[in-house]
Write a protein that binds this ligand. Structure first.
Ligand SMILES: [Zn+2]
Length: 111
């Protein structure tokens, strides 16, 4: 787990950075400088408990140059952990559009 603010890596089980009071994320944004500054607002655009949809959604956002961060599991749905996607608020509408119906399309692709 990583702090999106100071980019420090923490052991599994730590959910909040003790230095920054930031919620830790599983994957840091690729860009070293990061699009998320102190005054960047991030908003949730999507959540899923499906690991394949998780990486599918991330790749869709990356293809569209939207950098996302994935939350630590926020709960359990059935037997799977539920993850949330956050993006910069300015890209939230576009991200929601891109991810709209992604669970359905993925399910169809599998069948
Ligand atoms: Zn930190």
């Amino acid at each position: 787990m990583f702090c999106p603010n100071c980019r420090y890596e923490f052991n599994v089980g730590v959910l909040v950075c003790p230095d920054c009071d930031e919620k830790l994320v599983e994957i840091l944004p690729e860009d070293e400088k990061g699009p998320f500054t102190d005054d960047t607002k991030i908003v949730e655009v999507f959540q899923t408990s499906d690991r394949s949809i998780l990486s599918f959604a991330k790749s869709i956002l990356e293809e569209n140059d939207i950098i996302s961060i994935i939350s630590p599991p926020i709960g359990i749905r059935g037997t799977a952990a539920v993850y949330q996607f956050f993006v910069n608020e300015y890209e939230a509408d576009k991200a929601r559009e891109l991810l709209d119906g992604i669970e359905d399309s993925q399910a169809e692709a599998i069948e």
